[in-house]
Design a binder for this molecule. Structure first.
Ligand code: ACM
Ligand code: ZN
Length: 523
């Protein structure tokens, strides 16, 4: 069945059209059960902003008409409620949206469901509000997600994004039912998280000298505790969980510039201005790297209520460890043979330190390259980025997995499909909307048991090549729209031609929100 009248993205599980239309001059007010007051207030604020962006102040709806939010039983089949997805007790996101000639009703068992239903309604207002009136075909939408983890990662190290920019982005992500914001807060090019016991991390490690921009900011670039709390709250009101990442033990130039004694050579080191993978990483022979990790984790546990913390673990060269007497001593003490095994030893220690703080570690798929002796603890979640193979292996070993394959349309910083690759370009790609649409977190190789461990997937916005925040929007949209459908819609209902027709309507919504989006051939 083609679904073009309402053109919702991601495509809902079921849309049944009825006879006639709901019509209202102005936008009817949101009302409903007290239990949903938070969701109603948040969505009312979003709708007010949307209307302003569309150049219309809402004069208030027609007398007697309202959008009603009410408690209903959950929809059957909502996979995120299944017992195979632990750690998501709040995850019932199913909803029903009923449009009749007289009324609009959003029904759900939980605030999360009501919220997702109201986001679908926001889409309809953005596309169907014209000439001061809302006109919608009568329909009953029944909907729930395929996966509980529908994420988006923003790299705030390589490019520092302002809190207002991120808030605005969260509202647009939310329109697509994205429910996890993975915040990449540290990397070679800048440390953005204040840690009380290690003030130099932000005093030194957040200073960004950007040669391309020919400017040196006069102050360091990091988020204050107040800003972080404010963003976490803002996201929570939108049923988005903020998952922080501090990348250890590689991608550590900003840490080493701040605390040179934590490196193998002692430095001097600099916050990196170049892109790439750098040899200087945390010294595996120095116990004080765990003192730093402890304080960083304490800070994260205090600021981020999420039960997950991402510890990075990607792209760690071993050359310094090979030459460092302290690292060699550690290797001998532990009875290990290869310097690379120190990586497994560090990672499993970090995973345990987080567990002591009630947190579950997530790592990039390199964390699976373990030594015989120090295997990745079972509770650690693996984020597959070098294609899907890391996720396939991790799920076969019993780890929960989030899929973000760079080759599978999840790297939103990669060039859009029809732009020529530049000579010497260091990134894979380009990738098209079609590639993102085709992403499937569950692959044919997986057993049923392994497939049940796939939490979902996410789009990653790396920022090495982003000179200004608005360029990030241009890279994100519309590929994120395609990914949202890959993560929400039942696999058997995916249909790229149908998606493309709906995307033509959906682009107008993004235009009305003032977003910069890439326009090109879809495939
Ligand atoms: C990564 O892209 N280095 C996780
Ligand atoms: Zn060392």
């Amino acid at each position: 069945m083609k679904e073009t009248q309402l053109s919702i993205i991601p495509r809902p599980v079921s849309v049944r059209y009825g006879e006639g239309f709901f019509r209202s001059t102005g936008l009817p007010p949101l009302k409903g059960d007290d239990a949903f007051r938070g969701e109603i207030e948040t969505a009312a604020g979003q709708l007010r902003q949307d209307m302003e962006r569309m150049g219309r102040a809402n004069a208030g709806g027609e007398a007697g008409k309202a959008i009603l939010c009410r408690k209903e039983a959950a929809q059957d089949g909502n996979s995120s409620r299944a017992s195979t997805k632990p750690a998501f007790p709040d995850a019932d996101e199913s909803y029903r949206l009923c449009i009749t000639g007289e009324s609009i009703t959003v029904g759900a068992a939980t605030g999360a469901g009501i919220y997702q239903g109201l986001q679908t309604l926001r889409q309809l207002v953005l596309s169907h509000f014209r000439d001061g009136a809302l006109t919608l075909p009568c329909a009953e939408i029944t909907d729930y997600p395929r996966f509980p983890w529908r994420g988006f990662m923003l790299d705030s190290s390589r490019h520092f994004y302002s809190i207002p920019f991120i808030k605005r982005l969260l509202d647009v992500l939310s329109l697509h039912h994205i429910n996890r914001f993975h915040w990449h807060l540290t990397d070679d090019q800048g440390w953005r998280l204040p840690v009380g016991e290690y003030p130099l991390l932000t005093e030194v490690g957040s200073l960004k000298k950007d040669r391309r921009m020919r400017s040196t900011p006069s102050k360091s670039l990091f988020y204050s505790e107040e800003e972080i709390r404010e963003l976490v709250h803002y996201a929570a009101c939108r049923h988005i969980e903020v998952v922080p990442e501090v990348d250890l033990p590689g991608h550590a130039s900003a840490i080493l510039a701040s605390y040179p004694d934590l490196g193998c050579t002692g430095g001097p080191y600099e916050v990196e201005e170049r892109f790439g993978i750098f040899d200087d990483v945390l010294c595996a022979g120095n116990d004080r790297i765990f003192d730093l990790a402890a304080k960083v984790f304490d800070t994260l546990a205090r600021l981020f209520p999420s039960s997950f913390v991402h510890i990075g673990g990607d792209e760690v060269p071993f050359v310094r460890w090979e030459a460092c007497p302290k690292c060699q001593k550690r290797l001998a003490e532990l009875g290990l043979k290869k310097p690379g095994e120190l990586q497994s030893w560090i990672i499993q220690r970090l995973v345990r330190m987080l567990a002591e703080r009630g947190k579950t570690a997530i790592g990039w798929d390199e964390v699976l390259e373990d030594s015989e002796q120090f295997r990745l603890p079972k509770e650690a979640v693996v984020m597959s980025w070098r294609g899907s193979k890391g996720g396939i292996r991790a799920s076969s070993l019993g780890h929960r997995v989030i899929m973000a394959p760079n080759t599978g349309g999840c790297y939103l910083d990669y060039k859009h499909a029809d732009e020529p690759e530049e000579p010497g370009q260091m990134y894979a790609g380009p990738i098209s909307v079609y590639t993102s649409y085709s992403m499937d977190p569950v692959t044919p190789e997986m057993s049923e048991e392994a497939a049940s461990l796939i939490l979902g997937g996410q789009g990653n916005m790396w920022s090495e090549l982003i000179p200004a925040a608005r360029i990030a929007e241009y890279m994100i949209f519309p590929r994120l729209c395609a990914l949202s459908e890959a993560l929400w819609t039942p696999r058997d209902d995916k249909d790229f031609d149908d998606f493309s027709r709906r995307l033509a309507v959906h682009r107008k919504r993004l235009d009305r929100l003032g977003l910069i989006q890439y326009r090109g051939p879809l495939k």
